[in-house]
Design a binder for this molecule. Structure first.
Ligand code: GDP
Ligand code: IMO
Ligand code: MG
Length: 453
Protein backbone atom coordinates (compact mmCIF):
# COMPACT_ATOMS: atom_id res chain seq x y z
CA UNK A 1 0.00 0.00 0.00
CA UNK A 2 1.08 3.59 -0.55
CA UNK A 3 2.98 5.42 0.73
CA UNK A 4 6.10 3.29 1.01
CA UNK A 5 9.05 4.49 3.05
CA UNK A 6 11.61 6.54 1.16
CA UNK A 7 14.36 4.00 1.69
CA UNK A 8 12.43 1.33 -0.20
CA UNK A 9 11.61 3.70 -2.99
CA UNK A 10 13.30 4.75 -6.18
CA UNK A 11 11.88 8.26 -5.96
CA UNK A 12 11.18 10.84 -3.32
CA UNK A 13 7.75 12.03 -4.41
CA UNK A 14 6.12 8.87 -3.12
CA UNK A 15 2.46 9.42 -3.86
CA UNK A 16 3.02 10.72 -7.36
CA UNK A 17 5.50 8.23 -8.73
CA UNK A 18 3.57 6.29 -11.33
CA UNK A 19 6.38 3.81 -12.00
CA UNK A 20 6.78 2.84 -8.36
CA UNK A 21 3.06 2.70 -7.87
CA UNK A 22 2.52 0.45 -10.87
CA UNK A 23 5.46 -1.75 -9.94
CA UNK A 24 3.98 -2.09 -6.50
CA UNK A 25 0.65 -3.41 -7.77
CA UNK A 26 2.03 -5.25 -10.78
CA UNK A 27 1.44 -8.79 -9.56
CA UNK A 28 -1.60 -8.14 -7.42
CA UNK A 29 -4.47 -8.73 -9.83
CA UNK A 30 -5.46 -11.35 -12.32
CA UNK A 31 -8.39 -11.95 -14.62
CA UNK A 32 -10.06 -14.93 -16.26
CA UNK A 33 -11.83 -14.31 -19.57
CA UNK A 34 -13.67 -16.62 -21.97
CA UNK A 35 -12.16 -16.49 -25.45
CA UNK A 36 -14.85 -18.38 -27.38
CA UNK A 37 -18.65 -18.65 -26.94
CA UNK A 38 -18.74 -19.42 -23.22
CA UNK A 39 -18.52 -22.59 -21.14
CA UNK A 40 -14.77 -22.82 -21.64
CA UNK A 41 -14.21 -23.81 -18.01
CA UNK A 42 -13.77 -20.32 -16.53
CA UNK A 43 -15.25 -21.47 -13.20
CA UNK A 44 -12.67 -24.22 -12.84
CA UNK A 45 -9.77 -21.86 -13.68
CA UNK A 46 -11.06 -19.14 -11.33
CA UNK A 47 -11.43 -21.67 -8.53
CA UNK A 48 -7.86 -22.87 -9.21
CA UNK A 49 -6.28 -19.39 -9.16
CA UNK A 50 -8.56 -18.31 -6.29
CA UNK A 51 -6.76 -20.59 -3.87
CA UNK A 52 -4.00 -17.98 -3.81
CA UNK A 53 -6.27 -14.89 -4.17
CA UNK A 54 -7.78 -12.72 -1.45
CA UNK A 55 -10.73 -11.38 -3.41
CA UNK A 56 -12.80 -12.74 -6.33
CA UNK A 57 -14.97 -10.31 -8.30
CA UNK A 58 -17.74 -10.89 -10.84
CA UNK A 59 -18.13 -7.75 -12.91
CA UNK A 60 -20.71 -8.43 -15.66
CA UNK A 61 -23.45 -10.78 -16.82
CA UNK A 62 -25.98 -12.37 -14.55
CA UNK A 63 -27.51 -15.75 -13.94
CA UNK A 64 -27.15 -16.55 -17.64
CA UNK A 65 -23.72 -17.76 -16.53
CA UNK A 66 -23.29 -21.33 -15.34
CA UNK A 67 -19.85 -21.98 -13.88
CA UNK A 68 -19.26 -25.52 -12.70
CA UNK A 69 -16.62 -25.97 -10.05
CA UNK A 70 -15.70 -29.43 -8.83
CA UNK A 71 -14.32 -29.78 -5.33
CA UNK A 72 -13.56 -33.24 -3.94
CA UNK A 73 -15.63 -34.80 -6.73
CA UNK A 74 -18.64 -32.67 -5.77
CA UNK A 75 -19.90 -30.33 -8.53
CA UNK A 76 -21.18 -26.84 -7.71
CA UNK A 77 -23.04 -24.97 -10.47
CA UNK A 78 -22.54 -21.27 -9.76
CA UNK A 79 -24.55 -18.64 -11.57
CA UNK A 80 -24.19 -15.32 -9.76
CA UNK A 81 -21.88 -16.23 -6.92
CA UNK A 82 -18.18 -15.75 -7.74
CA UNK A 83 -16.23 -19.00 -8.10
CA UNK A 84 -14.09 -18.10 -5.06
CA UNK A 85 -17.08 -18.78 -2.80
CA UNK A 86 -16.02 -22.39 -2.23
CA UNK A 87 -13.06 -21.28 -0.12
CA UNK A 88 -13.68 -20.16 3.45
CA UNK A 89 -11.29 -17.25 3.58
CA UNK A 90 -11.92 -15.16 0.44
CA UNK A 91 -13.83 -11.94 -0.10
CA UNK A 92 -16.39 -12.57 -2.89
CA UNK A 93 -17.83 -9.60 -4.74
CA UNK A 94 -20.74 -9.28 -7.17
CA UNK A 95 -19.89 -5.97 -8.79
CA UNK A 96 -21.78 -3.07 -10.26
CA UNK A 97 -21.85 -4.32 -13.86
CA UNK A 98 -23.67 -7.52 -12.92
CA UNK A 99 -27.46 -7.74 -13.34
CA UNK A 100 -28.93 -9.41 -10.28
CA UNK A 101 -32.04 -11.54 -10.02
CA UNK A 102 -32.43 -11.43 -6.23
CA UNK A 103 -34.61 -14.54 -6.18
CA UNK A 104 -31.93 -16.56 -7.97
CA UNK A 105 -29.14 -15.12 -5.82
CA UNK A 106 -30.99 -16.01 -2.62
CA UNK A 107 -31.70 -19.52 -3.91
CA UNK A 108 -28.03 -19.90 -4.75
CA UNK A 109 -26.97 -18.77 -1.28
CA UNK A 110 -29.48 -21.15 0.28
CA UNK A 111 -28.29 -24.03 -1.94
CA UNK A 112 -24.70 -23.38 -0.95
CA UNK A 113 -25.59 -23.37 2.73
CA UNK A 114 -27.52 -26.64 2.34
CA UNK A 115 -24.31 -28.14 0.96
CA UNK A 116 -22.50 -27.13 4.11
CA UNK A 117 -20.82 -24.03 2.63
CA UNK A 118 -21.18 -20.41 3.62
CA UNK A 119 -21.82 -17.23 1.64
CA UNK A 120 -20.96 -14.91 4.50
CA UNK A 121 -18.00 -13.48 2.57
CA UNK A 122 -20.32 -12.20 -0.16
CA UNK A 123 -20.62 -8.51 -1.02
CA UNK A 124 -23.18 -7.26 -3.54
CA UNK A 125 -22.99 -3.91 -5.28
CA UNK A 126 -25.54 -1.30 -4.26
CA UNK A 127 -25.27 0.11 -7.79
CA UNK A 128 -25.99 -3.15 -9.65
CA UNK A 129 -29.21 -3.34 -11.65
CA UNK A 130 -32.01 -5.68 -10.61
CA UNK A 131 -33.70 -8.23 -12.85
CA UNK A 132 -37.48 -7.93 -12.41
CA UNK A 133 -40.22 -10.43 -13.41
CA UNK A 134 -41.17 -8.23 -16.38
CA UNK A 135 -37.62 -8.59 -17.75
CA UNK A 136 -37.99 -12.36 -17.77
CA UNK A 137 -41.47 -12.14 -19.33
CA UNK A 138 -40.18 -9.77 -22.03
CA UNK A 139 -37.11 -11.93 -22.76
CA UNK A 140 -39.42 -14.90 -23.36
CA UNK A 141 -41.96 -12.88 -25.39
CA UNK A 142 -39.30 -11.17 -27.54
CA UNK A 143 -37.63 -14.48 -28.35
CA UNK A 144 -40.96 -16.06 -29.31
CA UNK A 145 -41.82 -13.10 -31.56
CA UNK A 146 -38.52 -13.45 -33.46
CA UNK A 147 -39.35 -16.92 -34.78
CA UNK A 148 -36.41 -18.35 -36.71
CA UNK A 149 -34.37 -15.21 -36.02
CA UNK A 150 -34.38 -15.86 -32.27
CA UNK A 151 -31.09 -15.48 -30.42
CA UNK A 152 -31.58 -18.49 -28.18
CA UNK A 153 -31.17 -16.49 -24.97
CA UNK A 154 -31.22 -18.13 -21.55
CA UNK A 155 -34.60 -16.36 -20.97
CA UNK A 156 -33.39 -15.02 -17.65
CA UNK A 157 -34.27 -11.41 -18.47
CA UNK A 158 -30.63 -10.41 -19.01
CA UNK A 159 -31.10 -8.41 -22.24
CA UNK A 160 -34.24 -6.52 -21.12
CA UNK A 161 -32.59 -5.63 -17.79
CA UNK A 162 -29.46 -4.22 -19.47
CA UNK A 163 -31.74 -2.44 -21.97
CA UNK A 164 -33.51 -0.65 -19.10
CA UNK A 165 -30.16 0.31 -17.61
CA UNK A 166 -29.07 1.87 -20.91
CA UNK A 167 -32.50 3.47 -21.25
CA UNK A 168 -32.06 4.92 -17.72
CA UNK A 169 -35.25 3.44 -16.31
CA UNK A 170 -33.66 0.49 -14.49
CA UNK A 171 -34.06 -0.33 -10.83
CA UNK A 172 -30.82 -0.61 -8.87
CA UNK A 173 -30.10 -2.57 -5.70
CA UNK A 174 -29.88 0.70 -3.70
CA UNK A 175 -33.41 1.62 -4.87
CA UNK A 176 -34.79 -1.41 -3.03
CA UNK A 177 -33.89 0.32 0.25
CA UNK A 178 -35.57 3.62 -0.62
CA UNK A 179 -39.29 2.82 -0.68
CA UNK A 180 -40.35 6.09 -2.29
CA UNK A 181 -37.94 5.69 -5.21
CA UNK A 182 -38.62 1.97 -5.54
CA UNK A 183 -42.41 2.35 -5.65
CA UNK A 184 -42.21 5.19 -8.13
CA UNK A 185 -39.81 3.37 -10.48
CA UNK A 186 -41.72 0.11 -10.17
CA UNK A 187 -45.07 1.76 -10.93
CA UNK A 188 -43.63 3.46 -14.03
CA UNK A 189 -42.03 0.25 -15.27
CA UNK A 190 -44.97 -2.06 -14.57
CA UNK A 191 -47.37 0.25 -16.39
CA UNK A 192 -45.06 0.57 -19.40
CA UNK A 193 -43.98 -3.09 -19.54
CA UNK A 194 -47.55 -4.35 -19.16
CA UNK A 195 -48.52 -2.34 -22.23
CA UNK A 196 -45.66 -4.01 -24.11
CA UNK A 197 -46.50 -7.46 -22.79
CA UNK A 198 -50.23 -7.35 -23.44
CA UNK A 199 -50.56 -5.08 -26.48
CA UNK A 200 -47.38 -5.92 -28.44
CA UNK A 201 -46.71 -9.51 -27.46
CA UNK A 202 -50.16 -10.74 -26.44
CA UNK A 203 -48.63 -12.06 -23.21
CA UNK A 204 -49.79 -12.03 -19.58
CA UNK A 205 -49.27 -8.80 -17.58
CA UNK A 206 -47.26 -8.72 -14.33
CA UNK A 207 -48.66 -7.54 -10.98
CA UNK A 208 -47.28 -4.42 -9.26
CA UNK A 209 -48.50 -5.58 -5.84
CA UNK A 210 -46.98 -9.04 -6.11
CA UNK A 211 -43.63 -7.71 -7.30
CA UNK A 212 -43.57 -5.06 -4.57
CA UNK A 213 -44.26 -7.61 -1.85
CA UNK A 214 -41.73 -10.13 -3.19
CA UNK A 215 -38.94 -7.61 -3.72
CA UNK A 216 -39.38 -6.09 -0.26
CA UNK A 217 -38.73 -9.60 1.10
CA UNK A 218 -35.75 -10.18 -1.18
CA UNK A 219 -34.28 -6.80 -0.24
CA UNK A 220 -34.50 -7.62 3.45
CA UNK A 221 -32.80 -10.99 2.94
CA UNK A 222 -30.02 -9.49 0.79
CA UNK A 223 -29.37 -6.51 3.08
CA UNK A 224 -26.40 -8.01 4.96
CA UNK A 225 -24.51 -8.43 1.69
CA UNK A 226 -25.19 -5.06 0.05
CA UNK A 227 -22.40 -2.51 0.04
CA UNK A 228 -20.39 -0.09 -2.10
CA UNK A 229 -18.37 -2.76 -3.92
CA UNK A 230 -16.60 -0.23 -6.15
CA UNK A 231 -14.94 1.14 -3.03
CA UNK A 232 -14.28 -2.37 -1.72
CA UNK A 233 -12.52 -3.49 -4.93
CA UNK A 234 -10.47 -0.31 -5.14
CA UNK A 235 -9.45 -0.60 -1.49
CA UNK A 236 -8.40 -4.22 -2.00
CA UNK A 237 -6.34 -3.35 -5.07
CA UNK A 238 -4.66 -0.40 -3.35
CA UNK A 239 -3.88 -2.49 -0.31
CA UNK A 240 -2.05 -4.88 -2.62
CA UNK A 241 -4.52 -7.68 -2.01
CA UNK A 242 -4.62 -10.39 -4.63
CA UNK A 243 -7.75 -9.58 -6.59
CA UNK A 244 -9.06 -11.99 -9.20
CA UNK A 245 -11.67 -10.83 -11.73
CA UNK A 246 -13.97 -13.58 -12.99
CA UNK A 247 -15.41 -13.14 -16.47
CA UNK A 248 -18.76 -14.62 -17.39
CA UNK A 249 -19.85 -15.43 -20.97
CA UNK A 250 -17.06 -14.83 -23.46
CA UNK A 251 -15.45 -12.64 -26.10
CA UNK A 252 -17.60 -13.83 -29.01
CA UNK A 253 -20.72 -13.04 -26.97
CA UNK A 254 -19.57 -9.45 -26.29
CA UNK A 255 -22.25 -6.91 -27.16
CA UNK A 256 -19.88 -4.79 -29.27
CA UNK A 257 -17.28 -7.25 -30.48
CA UNK A 258 -19.09 -10.59 -30.71
CA UNK A 259 -21.28 -12.04 -33.44
CA UNK A 260 -23.98 -9.35 -33.01
CA UNK A 261 -26.95 -9.77 -32.61
CA UNK A 262 -26.23 -13.33 -31.46
CA UNK A 263 -24.52 -12.09 -28.31
CA UNK A 264 -25.32 -11.34 -24.70
CA UNK A 265 -26.04 -7.79 -23.53
CA UNK A 266 -22.89 -7.10 -21.50
CA UNK A 267 -19.14 -6.79 -22.09
CA UNK A 268 -17.44 -10.07 -21.21
CA UNK A 269 -14.07 -8.79 -22.49
CA UNK A 270 -11.26 -7.57 -20.20
CA UNK A 271 -12.30 -3.92 -20.49
CA UNK A 272 -15.74 -4.87 -19.17
CA UNK A 273 -14.17 -5.80 -15.85
CA UNK A 274 -12.87 -2.27 -15.49
CA UNK A 275 -16.26 -0.62 -15.97
CA UNK A 276 -18.15 -3.44 -14.26
CA UNK A 277 -16.04 -3.66 -11.13
CA UNK A 278 -15.32 0.06 -10.99
CA UNK A 279 -11.52 -0.02 -11.24
CA UNK A 280 -9.26 1.68 -13.75
CA UNK A 281 -7.73 -0.41 -16.56
CA UNK A 282 -4.17 -0.01 -15.23
CA UNK A 283 -5.11 -2.26 -12.32
CA UNK A 284 -5.90 -5.20 -14.56
CA UNK A 285 -2.95 -7.58 -14.84
CA UNK A 286 -2.23 -11.24 -15.60
CA UNK A 287 -5.13 -11.73 -17.96
CA UNK A 288 -5.88 -15.39 -18.70
CA UNK A 289 -7.85 -16.26 -21.80
CA UNK A 290 -9.62 -19.56 -21.25
CA UNK A 291 -9.58 -21.70 -24.40
CA UNK A 292 -11.55 -24.90 -24.56
CA UNK A 293 -9.43 -27.36 -26.59
CA UNK A 294 -12.28 -27.55 -29.12
CA UNK A 295 -15.22 -25.19 -29.70
CA UNK A 296 -18.83 -25.09 -28.50
CA UNK A 297 -21.69 -22.66 -28.76
CA UNK A 298 -25.15 -22.60 -27.14
CA UNK A 299 -27.89 -20.63 -28.82
CA UNK A 300 -28.03 -19.36 -32.38
CA UNK A 301 -25.46 -17.52 -34.50
CA UNK A 302 -22.56 -18.24 -36.86
CA UNK A 303 -20.03 -20.89 -35.88
CA UNK A 304 -17.49 -21.41 -38.70
CA UNK A 305 -15.94 -24.64 -37.36
CA UNK A 306 -19.22 -26.30 -36.31
CA UNK A 307 -19.30 -30.04 -36.95
CA UNK A 308 -22.80 -31.10 -37.97
CA UNK A 309 -21.73 -34.72 -38.24
CA UNK A 310 -20.64 -37.74 -36.24
CA UNK A 311 -17.44 -36.03 -35.05
CA UNK A 312 -19.54 -33.20 -33.58
CA UNK A 313 -21.85 -35.70 -31.88
CA UNK A 314 -18.81 -37.54 -30.59
CA UNK A 315 -17.40 -34.34 -29.07
CA UNK A 316 -20.77 -33.58 -27.44
CA UNK A 317 -20.96 -37.04 -25.91
CA UNK A 318 -17.34 -37.25 -24.79
CA UNK A 319 -17.51 -33.75 -23.34
CA UNK A 320 -21.06 -34.01 -21.93
CA UNK A 321 -21.70 -30.74 -23.73
CA UNK A 322 -25.10 -29.76 -22.34
CA UNK A 323 -25.81 -26.32 -20.80
CA UNK A 324 -25.28 -25.90 -17.04
CA UNK A 325 -28.22 -23.49 -16.84
CA UNK A 326 -30.62 -24.57 -19.55
CA UNK A 327 -29.55 -28.19 -20.21
CA UNK A 328 -29.55 -27.40 -23.94
CA UNK A 329 -27.22 -29.50 -26.12
CA UNK A 330 -24.21 -27.39 -27.04
CA UNK A 331 -23.19 -27.11 -30.69
CA UNK A 332 -19.69 -28.58 -31.10
CA UNK A 333 -16.81 -28.01 -33.52
CA UNK A 334 -13.05 -27.91 -34.01
CA UNK A 335 -10.96 -25.32 -32.25
CA UNK A 336 -11.10 -22.01 -34.12
CA UNK A 337 -7.90 -20.01 -33.69
CA UNK A 338 -9.26 -17.09 -35.73
CA UNK A 339 -11.59 -16.63 -32.76
CA UNK A 340 -8.86 -17.03 -30.15
CA UNK A 341 -6.52 -14.67 -32.03
CA UNK A 342 -9.31 -12.07 -32.10
CA UNK A 343 -9.83 -12.60 -28.36
CA UNK A 344 -6.08 -12.24 -27.71
CA UNK A 345 -6.11 -8.69 -29.04
CA UNK A 346 -9.45 -7.59 -27.62
CA UNK A 347 -8.50 -8.74 -24.12
CA UNK A 348 -4.72 -8.09 -24.21
CA UNK A 349 -4.27 -11.67 -23.05
CA UNK A 350 -1.14 -12.43 -21.04
CA UNK A 351 -1.63 -16.19 -20.87
CA UNK A 352 -3.74 -18.97 -22.29
CA UNK A 353 -5.54 -21.38 -19.97
CA UNK A 354 -6.33 -24.39 -22.14
CA UNK A 355 -9.10 -26.56 -20.74
CA UNK A 356 -10.69 -29.92 -21.51
CA UNK A 357 -7.64 -31.22 -23.35
CA UNK A 358 -8.50 -34.66 -21.92
CA UNK A 359 -11.77 -34.70 -23.89
CA UNK A 360 -9.65 -35.10 -27.05
CA UNK A 361 -7.77 -38.13 -25.67
CA UNK A 362 -9.33 -40.67 -28.03
CA UNK A 363 -9.04 -38.80 -31.33
CA UNK A 364 -6.63 -40.18 -33.93
CA UNK A 365 -6.38 -36.82 -35.66
CA UNK A 366 -7.38 -33.31 -34.65
CA UNK A 367 -8.09 -30.25 -36.71
CA UNK A 368 -7.53 -26.64 -35.77
CA UNK A 369 -8.75 -23.71 -37.81
CA UNK A 370 -5.88 -21.31 -38.51
CA UNK A 371 -7.58 -19.01 -41.02
CA UNK A 372 -10.72 -18.22 -42.98
CA UNK A 373 -11.18 -17.91 -46.72
CA UNK A 374 -13.93 -15.76 -48.17
CA UNK A 375 -14.58 -16.04 -51.92
CA UNK A 376 -11.23 -17.80 -52.25
CA UNK A 377 -9.29 -15.00 -50.49
CA UNK A 378 -7.60 -15.07 -47.06
CA UNK A 379 -9.58 -13.12 -44.47
CA UNK A 380 -7.72 -10.54 -42.37
CA UNK A 381 -9.11 -9.83 -38.90
CA UNK A 382 -12.56 -10.96 -37.85
CA UNK A 383 -15.51 -10.27 -40.19
CA UNK A 384 -18.18 -7.88 -38.86
CA UNK A 385 -20.88 -8.84 -41.34
CA UNK A 386 -22.55 -12.09 -40.31
CA UNK A 387 -23.30 -13.04 -43.90
CA UNK A 388 -19.55 -12.83 -44.59
CA UNK A 389 -18.75 -14.83 -41.48
CA UNK A 390 -21.28 -17.49 -42.44
CA UNK A 391 -19.77 -17.66 -45.92
CA UNK A 392 -16.24 -18.04 -44.56
CA UNK A 393 -14.57 -21.36 -45.13
CA UNK A 394 -12.35 -22.54 -42.30
CA UNK A 395 -8.75 -23.36 -43.21
CA UNK A 396 -7.59 -26.31 -41.15
CA UNK A 397 -4.33 -27.77 -40.03
CA UNK A 398 -4.42 -31.44 -39.08
CA UNK A 399 -2.45 -32.57 -36.06
CA UNK A 400 -1.95 -36.12 -34.82
CA UNK A 401 -3.88 -37.10 -31.69
CA UNK A 402 -2.17 -38.60 -28.61
CA UNK A 403 -4.63 -41.46 -28.03
CA UNK A 404 -3.66 -41.69 -24.37
CA UNK A 405 -5.52 -40.89 -21.14
CA UNK A 406 -3.93 -37.64 -19.92
CA UNK A 407 -6.32 -36.95 -17.03
CA UNK A 408 -3.83 -38.20 -14.45
CA UNK A 409 -0.87 -36.15 -15.71
CA UNK A 410 0.28 -33.26 -13.51
CA UNK A 411 3.52 -32.14 -15.15
CA UNK A 412 3.76 -30.47 -18.52
CA UNK A 413 6.78 -32.50 -19.64
CA UNK A 414 4.91 -35.72 -18.94
CA UNK A 415 2.13 -34.90 -21.41
CA UNK A 416 2.39 -36.99 -24.61
CA UNK A 417 4.43 -35.21 -27.27
CA UNK A 418 1.39 -34.81 -29.55
CA UNK A 419 -0.61 -33.18 -26.74
CA UNK A 420 2.24 -30.73 -26.13
CA UNK A 421 2.46 -30.04 -29.88
CA UNK A 422 -1.29 -29.34 -29.95
CA UNK A 423 -1.23 -26.75 -27.15
CA UNK A 424 2.06 -25.24 -28.31
CA UNK A 425 0.60 -24.73 -31.79
CA UNK A 426 -2.29 -22.83 -30.17
CA UNK A 427 0.20 -20.56 -28.39
CA UNK A 428 2.22 -20.11 -31.57
CA UNK A 429 -0.71 -19.17 -33.82
CA UNK A 430 -2.27 -16.82 -31.27
CA UNK A 431 1.01 -15.33 -30.04
CA UNK A 432 -0.04 -15.82 -26.39
CA UNK A 433 2.05 -17.98 -24.03
CA UNK A 434 0.65 -20.99 -22.24
CA UNK A 435 -0.26 -20.34 -18.61
CA UNK A 436 -2.41 -23.28 -17.55
CA UNK A 437 -3.31 -26.63 -19.12
CA UNK A 438 -6.32 -28.35 -17.60
CA UNK A 439 -6.79 -32.10 -17.98
CA UNK A 440 -9.94 -32.65 -15.91
CA UNK A 441 -12.62 -30.85 -13.90
CA UNK A 442 -11.01 -31.38 -10.48
CA UNK A 443 -8.69 -28.90 -8.82
CA UNK A 444 -5.81 -31.34 -8.93
CA UNK A 445 -6.15 -31.92 -12.68
CA UNK A 446 -4.32 -28.71 -13.49
CA UNK A 447 -0.87 -28.09 -14.94
CA UNK A 448 0.16 -24.58 -13.93
CA UNK A 449 3.04 -23.08 -15.89
CA UNK A 450 2.99 -19.57 -14.42
CA UNK A 451 1.59 -19.62 -10.88
CA UNK A 452 0.35 -16.04 -10.63
CA UNK A 453 0.07 -14.70 -7.08
P1 GDP B 1 -17.71 -21.89 -17.64
O1 GDP B 1 -19.08 -21.37 -17.88
O2 GDP B 1 -16.70 -21.27 -18.55
O3 GDP B 1 -17.28 -21.82 -16.21
O4 GDP B 1 -17.75 -23.45 -18.04
P2 GDP B 1 -18.90 -24.50 -17.63
O5 GDP B 1 -18.78 -24.77 -16.18
O6 GDP B 1 -20.22 -24.06 -18.15
O7 GDP B 1 -18.48 -25.75 -18.50
C1 GDP B 1 -17.20 -26.31 -18.40
C2 GDP B 1 -17.34 -27.75 -17.89
O8 GDP B 1 -16.09 -28.39 -18.05
C3 GDP B 1 -17.65 -27.87 -16.41
O9 GDP B 1 -18.47 -29.00 -16.22
C4 GDP B 1 -16.29 -28.09 -15.76
O10 GDP B 1 -16.35 -28.83 -14.55
C5 GDP B 1 -15.59 -28.89 -16.82
N1 GDP B 1 -14.15 -28.74 -16.93
C6 GDP B 1 -13.37 -27.65 -16.75
N2 GDP B 1 -12.08 -27.92 -17.09
C7 GDP B 1 -12.06 -29.20 -17.50
C8 GDP B 1 -11.05 -30.06 -18.03
O11 GDP B 1 -9.90 -29.68 -18.19
N3 GDP B 1 -11.42 -31.32 -18.39
C9 GDP B 1 -12.70 -31.78 -18.23
N4 GDP B 1 -12.97 -33.02 -18.59
N5 GDP B 1 -13.67 -31.01 -17.75
C10 GDP B 1 -13.36 -29.72 -17.40
P1 IMO C 1 -20.93 -18.84 -19.12
O1 IMO C 1 -20.49 -17.76 -18.18
C1 IMO C 1 -22.63 -19.91 -23.01
C2 IMO C 1 -25.55 -17.13 -24.72
C3 IMO C 1 -26.97 -17.68 -24.83
C4 IMO C 1 -27.42 -16.91 -26.05
C5 IMO C 1 -26.77 -15.54 -25.89
C6 IMO C 1 -27.67 -14.49 -25.26
O2 IMO C 1 -21.45 -20.05 -18.46
O3 IMO C 1 -19.88 -19.13 -20.14
P2 IMO C 1 -28.58 -14.09 -22.81
O4 IMO C 1 -29.44 -14.94 -21.92
O5 IMO C 1 -27.27 -13.73 -22.21
O6 IMO C 1 -29.31 -12.88 -23.33
O7 IMO C 1 -28.30 -15.01 -24.11
O8 IMO C 1 -25.65 -15.76 -25.04
N1 IMO C 1 -24.97 -17.22 -23.35
C7 IMO C 1 -24.07 -18.13 -22.99
N2 IMO C 1 -23.54 -19.17 -23.67
N3 IMO C 1 -22.20 -19.63 -21.76
C8 IMO C 1 -22.70 -18.58 -21.08
O9 IMO C 1 -22.22 -18.21 -19.86
C9 IMO C 1 -23.70 -17.80 -21.67
N4 IMO C 1 -24.41 -16.72 -21.28
C10 IMO C 1 -25.18 -16.38 -22.32
O10 IMO C 1 -26.98 -19.06 -25.04
O11 IMO C 1 -26.89 -17.49 -27.22
MG1 MG D 1 -20.99 -22.06 -18.38
Amino acid sequence: ALPISESEHCCIIKMNCFDCYMEDIDMATSMVIGTQWGDEGKGKIVDWIAERADVVVRSQGGNNAGHTVVVDDKAFALRLLPSGILYDNKQNIVGTGVVIDPKVLLQEIEGLEKQGRSAKSLQVSDRAHVIMPYHIALDTAEEASKGDAKIGTTKNGIGPCYADKINRIGIRICDLYDMETFKQKLAYNVEFKNKMLTKVYDAEPVSYDEILADYIKYAEALKPYVTDTNAAVLKAVKEDKKVLFEGAQATMLDLDHGTYPFVTSSHPIAGGASTGAGVGPNYLKNIFGVVKAYATRVGAGPFPTELLNETGDNLRELGHEFGTVTGRPRRCGWLDLMVVKYAAGLNSLDYLAITRLDILDTFKELKICVGYKLNGKDVEGFPANLKDLEACEAVYETLPGWETDISGIREYDKLPENARKYVERIAEVTGVPLGIVSVGPNRSQTIDLVNVF
